[in-house]
Design a binder for this molecule. Structure first.
Ligand code: GTR
Length: 424
């Protein structure tokens, strides 16, 4: 967090990118009173009593998220094709294998491509997989010289080898602390990753590039529920799953979608829309992800929409300084993942993303898991640091440290998924 001042009411004043200062809440006492809509009650007030009714309620909640938060994924026809850039080749001294595939999405308005990197253990049977987008290109996840260096636009980061928005060889392995590939492989999982900017470069360009360019006709007028960048990234994850369905080395019915931070928001949105995902892992998604927006703790709608106007749909901007009127808070988004395994995790020093708000959202989604006959979140109270309980379909932890995706986090995720695969 940058340097801050305190207001007389105890709020924190932070400088914004545009030179203004904005007030934020960083203490529980200042959280406004709020009520959460019941995910098991229809918009017309009828209580859900059957699975069929839940399916209708699920559509209502999905609809709220399409109209008010992430925007609608366009329904125009598209074609997905693949080119194998590198077929299964030995990796890590022959203890595992690597494959690279180019995906191309084509619509009547053009085409767009993304590179997919797969690592898999040596196995005669299809293996379960973790699928996650990365922030800096596939080459950043592991210092393996065979990984194709992205030629796409990447956010500048000279320290990590991204100069003038182009990744260089120095960027190889620069994010490897977030991707413990060897551990994941050793536990019997494949790891599949793609660069998020291949689906939509992460800057506000008025939705002219990335997938937006080929799904929205040139000159088309966007409306309040037109999809934003998170929507395009989530679409990329769903297309990656389409490709995995045709990949014999991978058990596509056992793919866990994982993401950190803005990509945690993305993994939630992909898992909510696409029930083929076996499980969802949200690492520190915070505001607009799993943190309850109505708590207004740390990052709020005004701050996120000002700094990242392209992430959400335009209607989400109506909730700037107006979180109380959000029709369905983030427990609704989490309930769209029920009854599938869902892990939400935070870091104690990452107050900007509201660790407690993420825990409370998991807890508020629990009745949906129970309604669907599955044990939900096993912990009643906000847990001690690093405490986990993996006995339910939902899990949560808050570990010490900053905003990051660490080996501790991955170790819990692997254990959690193995439990749900019946392996632990
Ligand atoms: C922050 C943003 C968060 C989070 C994070 C990230 O600047 O405020 O909502 O998404 O970026 O993605 O790293």
């Amino acid at each position: 967090m940058p340097e801050y001042k305190l207001t007389p009411e105890g709020k924190v004043l932070l400088p914004m990118d545009d030179g203004t200062e904005q007030e934020f809440i960083f203490t529980e006492e200042l959280i406004p009173a709020y009520t959460l809509s019941d995910p098991l009650v229809m918009n017309d007030g009828c209580k859900i009593t059957t699975i069929d009714e839940w399916r209708k309620r699920r559509d209502e909640i999905l609809n709220i998220y399409e109209n008010h938060v992430f925007g609608k994924t366009p329904e125009i026809p598209f074609n997905l094709s693949t080119t194998v850039l590198e077929d299964w080749a030995p990796a890590f001294d022959g203890t595992a294998r690597r494959k690279q595939i180019q995906l191309t999405i084509t619509t009547e308005f053009g085409y767009h491509s993304a590179d997919m990197l797969l690592y898999a253990p040596i196995s005669d049977v299809p293996v379960p997989a973790f699928l996650g987008l990365n922030f800096n290109g596939n080459q950043s996840i592991e210092p393996d010289p065979n990984i194709i260096l992205t030629s796409s636009w990447v956010r500048d980061n000279p320290q990590n080898g991204v100069i003038y928005n182009q990744a260089t060889d120095i960027s190889r392995g620069s994010a490897d602390s977030r991707w413990p590939v060897k551990m994941i492989l050793k536990e019997g999982f494949a790891l599949v990753t793609l660069y998020y900017g291949d689906f939509d470069p992460d800057y506000d360009d008025g939705f002219q590039n990335g997938l937006h360019a080929i799904f929205n006709p040139p000159g088309a007028i966007r409306d309040g529920s037109s999809w934003g960048a998170v929507g395009a990234w989530a679409f990329g994850l769903m297309r990656a799953l389409d490709v995995l369905e045709n990949e014999s080395a991978i058990n596509a019915s056992k793919v866990t979608v994982i993401g950190h931070s803005r990509l945690g928001k993305t993994s939630l949105w992909a898992g909510a829309q696409d029930e083929r995902f076996f499980a969802v892992i949200d690492n520190e998604s915070g505001c607009g992800g799993s943190a309850l927006n109505k708590r207004c703790f740390g990052e709020n709608a005004l701050a996120i929409n000002a700094r990242f106007p392209h992430w959400f749909c335009q209607n989400f901007h109506h909730y700037n300084d107006n979180e109380a009127s959000i029709p369905m808070d983030t427990h609704g988004l989490l309930s769209l993942i029920a009854p599938r395994p869902l892990y939400v995790a935070s870091a104690a020093e990452d107050l900007w993303s509201d660790p407690k708000g993420m825990f409370l959202a998991q807890k508020a989604a629990k009745p949906v898991y129970e309604f669907l006959g599955k044990p939900g979140l096993p912990m009643e109270e906000f847990p001690d640091l690093s405490k986990t309980d993996l006995t339910g379909q939902q899990a949560y932890h808050v570990r010490p440290g900053k905003h990051d995706l660490t080996l501790f986090d991955w170790t819990q995720y692997v254990r959690f998924i193995k439990r749900h695969l019946g392996e632990e």
